[in-house]
Design a protein around this ligand. Structure first.
Ligand code: 5AD
Ligand code: FES
Length: 345
């Protein structure tokens, strides 16, 4: 194990079977070594800076039916909402005042957000705040659409690949969705000059250690600018309601490995990680993550954007997530910075 870990830290690459071995045979000692090397690697590039992204959940209306997701089309108990362009702009204005320089517009695949509508919103944000980055996380769209949105000023795009194994992909998604298209979208986004984020859930239903090794190999090859990983958490109104949630332990272990695979990657300690453990995000940062994404959505819609059960930061107390996270990061010796936080090379 020790040898493998040092090989990974030095060469940023392992064979698939070696990744699988690293996952299958993990223990406290290995986790500790990975954490130490990942933290060192991250500090060499980013110091103790933690970047913040203001997350605006613009719509929970979705035409897709992913089996794990609480806002899937088939969930008729989900109270649907959509922010107006004016509401989205005022979230961004408010966020700007709070010191955010990146806004992430995330939503379901909602046909209201045509290229003209979404592009118009991106243009407005960029014209009000030319020093900010706009990140989109709006699912699969056509090449032409991605191209148009890029021309409107979008800088980055998050599209988790969800799993790098085609067969596993088909167990998490309805037959109408295709693994090939998902991956193709990622390559198209990259070709258009976006900074691109992929990612996956940890311990999603039917996931094997081999699948995780495939995810790591995909990350090694694709070299995403960002990589979002968080534990799977069941949602009570989905077919996966009885599957167990993923663990902090394995999520943090993988965060460390991903930092070593691709040192400059922007790696968030996700809200899902904060949901399964009271200090999950802190543990994520200490394992090699360097991004947090506080919620900037209007407080009255936050509960409705429920991808999984018991999501944190949805109550009145969370109106000030940025302050909360600043304190949390300070306590563990890291500092939230006001900067666009582009990927370093
Ligand atoms: N548990 C954890 N993460 C989830 N996501 C969707 N549903 C869940 C869930 N039940 C993640 C997916 C998606 C991202 C926006 O949220 O990976 O890409
Ligand atoms: Fe949202 Fe702490 S980060 S309440």
């Amino acid at each position: 194990m020790q040898n493998l870990i040092h090989k990974l830290a030095a060469s940023h690459s392992l064979e698939i079977q070696e990744y699988e071995f690293l996952i299958k045979n993990r223990n406290d000692e290995a986790a500790k070594l990975l954490r130490k090397l990942a933290d060192k690697t991250r500090r060499e590039i980013y110091g103790t800076d933690v970047y913040v992204r203001g997350l605006i959940e613009i719509s929970n209306i979705c035409c897709n039916d992913c089996l794990y997701c609480g806002i899937r089309r088939s969930n008729t108990n989900c109270e649907r909402y959509r922010l107006t362009p004016e509401q989205i702009l005022s979230c961004a204005d408010e966020g700007y005042e709070l010191g955010f320089r990146t806004f992430v517009l995330q939503g379901g695949e909602d046909s209201f957000f045509t290229d003209d509508v979404l592009g118009g919103i991106v243009r407005e944000i960029k014209s009000h705040h030319s020093d900010c980055a706009v990140t989109l996380s709006m699912g699969e769209r056509s090449f032409e659409s991605y191209k148009f949105l890029r021309e409107c000023g979008a800088d980055r795009y998050l599209l988790r690949h969800e799993t790098a194994d085609k067969e596993h992909y088909s167990k998490l998604h309805p037959a109408s969705m295709s693994f090939e298209n998902r991956i193709q979208c990622l390559y198209e986004l990259r070709s258009l000059g976006y900074q691109v984020g992929c990612g996956f859930m940890v311990e999603s239903p039917f996931q094997t250690e081999k699948n995780l090794a495939q995810d790591l190999k995909f990350i090694e090859e694709f070299k995403p600018d960002m990589c979002g990983i968080g534990p799977f958490i069941p949602h009570k109104e989905t077919p996966f309601k009885n599957f167990p949630a993923g663990t902090v332990e394995l999520t943090c272990y993988l965060l460390s490995i991903i930092r070593l695979i691709h040192p400059p990657v922007l790696l968030p300690a996700t809200t899902a990680l904060g949901t399964i453990h009271p200090t999950g995000r802190e543990l994520g940062i200490m394992s090699g993550a360097n991004v947090v994404m506080p919620n900037l959505s209007p407080v009255n819609v936050r509960k409705k954007y429920e991808l999984y059960d018991n999501k944190i930061c949805t109550g009145e107390e969370s109106a000030q997530c940025r302050g909360c996270l600043s304190n949390r990061m300070k306590k563990i010796g890291y500092e939230i910075v006001t900067a666009r936080g582009d990927v370093k090379s």
